[in-house]
Design a protein around this ligand. Structure first.
Ligand SMILES: *Cc1c(COP(=O)(O)O)cnc(C)c1O
Length: 434
């Protein structure tokens, strides 16, 4: 499908796929093969120098995965994308590539638990440290933490579990003034609810495990590159360093910027990171993500509508201390949400349980429709207690900085009937407080 002007709903079904390239199969086939025939010596040479792109070896590329990469590239309006084995692989590869040789990242607390933990304790082992701002929407605070070794500003489009919204354009302006790219984890919003590249992001990372695949049945990650970011030689020598792995047909080494002028980032991830570390997305998992993407808009529409009803219901319960979502009456993020999320700021929210620990235990085990497990973006409505599960590895002072009170309960809204969900809450509150 060549026409770039189709609407989102058309692209999420057709982009990146032509049936005539796949034995006229209407649905994207699962290419369950480790390797591909090279045909002849000259073609092998073209494949190895990137002069021709086609299946070679599935660790670095597979036609089913390629369809997903092209589809997400078009949905986000980028120059290239790469499928990876998980959202954490997408985040880790992005941090490691930006921080090659050492440096620092500027970010805000209350990131996804494993992202926060890895930036705080794991990447410093590789010479990459992270400086966290206190006020996520104070662009001058980000600026005050930037120095000559800063490699990126890293933020999430909607934070979890507090559902805070960033002022993306103000933050991007500061980053770009200093020649630094902005990385946005757009997992919770998905490309349907938020368009990071239209608001200053240069790179998007996704856990496609969540809303994009949408059915709680696979683990997958994606990195999308906008293209056109000017990586300076001083700050980002990795994109200006010649490599034999990026040689041309005559065997001359090239830099990532020479090899792929519009997508040096994704090209480097594929040619160095997938080749050497190999967190490869399997063909079957890519197929499941494609399947999920094809109904993304309808799922998110309904999930956002149900979120609104649940937020209203819980706000009026005396057993609930507070509700955090831009739909909540007292949300501090209403204005930013209206500006950046015209279709709603997602289907994850949290509330403060206003009872004892024993009442909370009773409440959780009394729920019949909601299920208690730590995922988000599923067809099922999920309930979790982040302070004791997803965010338990954060030290108490970071939990405090991330504003995760001990009575916080997180909900990820699925596709069940909203009235059934409310009735389920109602009977569980009754049992817990009787
Ligand atoms: C789940 C999640 C991740 C990690 O993704 P995996 O696919 O589980 O590795 C990263 N960021 C956010 C916001 C997430 O919700």
């Amino acid at each position: 499908m060549a026409n770039q002007d189709y609407h989102f709903d058309t692209k999420r079904i057709h982009a990146g796929y032509s049936s005539e390239d796949h034995f006229n199969a209407v649905n994207t086939p699962i290419y369950q093969t480790a390797a591909f025939d090279l045909a002849d010596i000259d073609r092998a040479r073209r494949l190895w120098t990137g002069a021709e792109s086609a299946g070679l070896y599935t660790r670095v590329g597979n036609p089913t995965v390629t369809v997903l990469e092209q589809r997400i590239t078009e949905l986000d309006g980028g120059s290239a994308a790469i499928g990876l084995a998980s959202g954490m692989a997408a985040i880790s590869y992005t941090v490691l590539l930006l921080g090659e040789g050492g440096g620092n990242i500027v970010s805000a607390s209350s990131l996804y638990g494993a992202a926060q933990e890895s930036l705080t304790h794991f990447f410093p082992k590789f010479g990459i440290t992270t400086r966290f701002v206190k006020n996520r929407n104070d662009a001058t605070e980000y600026e005050s933490l930037i120095d000559e070794n800063t490699k990126a500003i890293y933020i999430e489009s909607i934070s979890n579990p507090n559902i805070e919204v960033y002022d993306f354009e103000a933050i991007a302006e500061v980053a770009h003034k200093h020649g630094i790219p902005v990385v946005v984890d757009n997992t919770i919003a998905t490309p349907y609810l938020f368009r990071p590249f239209e608001h200053g992001a240069d790179l998007i990372v996704y856990s496609a495990t969540k809303g994009i695949a949408g059915h709680g049945n696979t683990i997958a990650g994606l990195v999308v590159e906008k293209g056109g970011f000017e990586y300076s030689k001083e700050r980002f020598p990795q994109f200006h360093t010649k490599s034999y792995k990026m040689r041309d047909l005559q065997g001359n080494p090239r830099t990532p910027l020479e090899f792929a002028p519009d997508s040096p980032f994704v090209a480097s991830l594929r040619i160095f990171y997938l080749e050497f570390i190999g967190a490869t997305l399997g063909a079957f998992d890519a197929f499941l993500v494609l399947q999920g993407l094809s109904t993304l808009s309808e799922r998110l529409e309904k999930q956002v509508a149900t979120t609104k009803k649940l937020v209203e219901y819980l706000e009026n319960k005396k057993e609930v201390e507070w509700v955090r979502h831009p739909f909540a009456k007292d949300s501090a993020y209403k204005e930013l949400a209206d500006k950046y999320f015209p279709n709603g700021a997602g289907a994850v929210f949290s509330f403060g349980f206003g009872g004892t620990r024993d009442q909370f235990k009773k409440f959780i085990t009394s729920l019949e429709v909601l299920s208690y497990h730590v995922n988000i973006g599923d067809v099922r409505t999920l309930i979790a207690n982040p302070p004791e599960t997803t965010h338990t590895e954060l030290e108490p002072h970071i939990q405090e900085l991330a504003d995760i009170p001990s009575n916080l309960v997180r909900i990820s809204v699925g596709l069940e009937n909203a009235d059934d969900l409310i009735a389920d809450f109602e009977q569980a509150f009754e049992k817990a407080f009787s």
